[in-house]
Write a new protein. Sequence first.
Length: 202
Amino acid sequence: MNSSERGQNLYERWAFLEKYYFIVDIAISRFREKAIRELDINTGDRVADIGCGHGRSLNRFSDVVGPSGSVTGVDYSAGMARRSRRRHRTNPSVSVIQADARTLSLQHECLDGALSSYTLSTIPDTKSAIKSIYDALRAGGQLAVIDYNRPQGIRYHLVKYPRKFSYNWQGVDVVEILQDVFPEVRVSKHDFGSVVIAIATK
């Protein structure tokens, strides 16, 4: 089983652990709220949540862009996409698709903004996923990323396998890859440097 298949199987199992997922979601909600506030999005904008999971960010985005905007949730896991779609079935501004972030079927430059929470570091070939999101953003559009900071030295080896087996973590430096793809990346670190929030502007 390759890393992509392992990750998909892992998140299919997570899709059915709604109570546990809810607890994890509460723990990261303060980071997500900060990231959404820092995104330059407005009423009528088109936004996406890449790796939307159960879709708890989608209503928050919908509140910001309003009925004239659109919100797309994207998840690689069929189970996650199905639960997110069911959660938002009464919101006409929200749609959810199952897709691989590395090969997004979104139109070129169709997004004003995007969010990815603890997702990019779990995707094999993270750079392909970031390039795919970059292509979907309009000029001046922004991607907000919340993810694990890649520790150095012995700390890397202490977290590598727990993160890999819990989240399919690939051990990459997401910020470094963002800086390779985007011309402007603003970074802040949180929780003693273990978490990064990056706002990347095209």
